[in-house]
Write a protein that binds this ligand. Structure first.
Ligand code: ATP
Length: 368
């Protein structure tokens, strides 16, 4: 079990492209860490620095107690000496080798018996449902199949650290789900430290022991998935994680002086929940904090509830539930209801909000 430590890492591609900006993170041995964030936030660059494919401009990267990269101390361990398993979105399979030979390649370097190698190759290919394709060349495979071979090749050598950059991006929904559960049980079995890059928050939430949410090269929050979901440290995390995204009620003008009329009563109720009310700039509530009812039904608010009135803009059925989008002036909110609850476009509705489930943020977007 190996740990990874990033201390004040900076990566600049040019003077005006700072891909990673003073990033500090500790990956505990055996953890499954997802680097999560929007496109261009520096996830891949971080992974490439851990692997040694990219050099940091500043900071220290330590893996298993050994410094791999420390520009100020003039230390840099080359990627081939880092003994890490790597799978990138572009699979980098050897084009002149069959599937079987590709998976066997890393094992040959390990100098183990041929019989043992055959057993491991079979096992890895079976696990990734690629046994039937063993004699094919990469060019004869689909993108998703190539991705699975790349994963099998990495798993075969059982590295102590697995670095995965969107390794499931080319799989269809069913296979993706299956591979997620394979990866998760594999992690539990092997105990390897896994760093997994994704912009898919569902993937991160369902796989990781720890999630690092990044935005514009900086770390927004590093915590276990449920803490990220239930106690987002910043407004960015609150709106990036969760589907539908967290609803936000903000000030009405850029100076942050007035709350819009339809929200005034609710905000007064929100403020009662906060001992230090001056600091609140935005209030957030997730879809599950809201009970939706028609405005012509009798409204009976309990002590820990408040209400915002709006109109249905659209009803989006997903099967087991429906997402109802609601407009209040020019703001839009999302609520989830059972499919049996009938709402139609233009209908006047009351969003009854559970005040014990609200989130408050200050002017800098930090959780209050
Ligand atoms: P995605 O999810 O789209 O892959 P990402 O979060 O992995 O994005 P990075 O690929 O790490 O983001 O890129 C971070 C920033 O660095 C982006 O602004 C990107 O344009 C820039 N960048 C990445 N690679 C290079 C490069 N080789 N040269 C110059 N700029 C680069």
């Amino acid at each position: 079990m190996i740990d990874i430590k990033l201390e004040h890492i900076v990566k600049k591609y040019t003077s005006d492209v700072i891909a990673v900006d003073d990033l500090s993170l500790n990956f505990e041995p055996g953890s499954f860490v997802c680097l999560l964030g929007p496109s261009g936030c520096g996830k891949t660059t971080t992974l490439r620095m851990i692997s040694g494919l990219e050099r940091a401009n500043d900071g220290i990267i330590t893996v298993g107690g050994e410094i791999f990269d420390a520009p100020k101390q003039n230390i840099f361990v080359r990627p081939e000496h880092r003994k890490l398993g790597l799978v990138f979105q572009s699979y980098a399979l050897w084009p002149h080798m069959t599937v079987q030979e590709n998976v066997d390649f890393g094992l040959k370097l390990k100098k183990i018996s041929k019989e043992e190698r055959c057993r491991i190759v079979d096992e890895s290919l079976d696990l990734l449902r690629m046994g039937a394709y063993r004699k094919r060349y990469p060019a004869e495979l689909s993108g998703g199949q190539q991705q699975r071979v790349a994963l099998a090749r990495m798993l075969a050598v059982q590295p102590g650290i697995l670095l995965l950059d969107e390794p499931l991006s080319n799989l269809d929904a069913a296979l993706r789900l299956e591979m997620r559960s394979e990866l998760k049980s594999l992690h539990e079995r092997l105990g390897s430290t896994i760093v997994f890059v994704t912009h898919d928050q569902l993937e991160a939430m369902s796989l990781a022991t720890h999630v690092a949410v990044m935005n514009e090269g900086k770390l927004e929050q590093y915590a276990d998935p449920m803490t990220i979901y239930l106690k987002p440290a910043t407004e960015f995390v609150a709106t990036f994680v969760g589907s539908p995204p967290m609803n936000m009620v903000g000030f009405s003008d850029s100076e942050g002086q007035r709350w819009k009329e339809p929200f005034k009563k609710a905000v007064a109720a929100f403020r009662q929940m906060d001992g230090n009310d001056k600091r609140i700039s935005k209030v957030g509530f997730r879809a599950e904090a809201v009970t939706l009812q028609r405005s012509d039904d009798t409204l009976l608010l309990k002590q820990n509830q408040t209400c915002i009135k709006g109109r249905v803009k659209a009803v989006l059925p997903t099967g087991p539930e429906q997402i109802v989008s609601i407009v209040v002036d020019d703001d839009q909110f999302y609520v989830v209801t059972p499919p049996s609850h009938f709402f139609e476009n233009g209908q006047a509705v009351d969003m009854v909000i559970d005040l014990t489930m609200i989130h408050m943020f200050d002017q800098n977007g930090l959780r209050v």
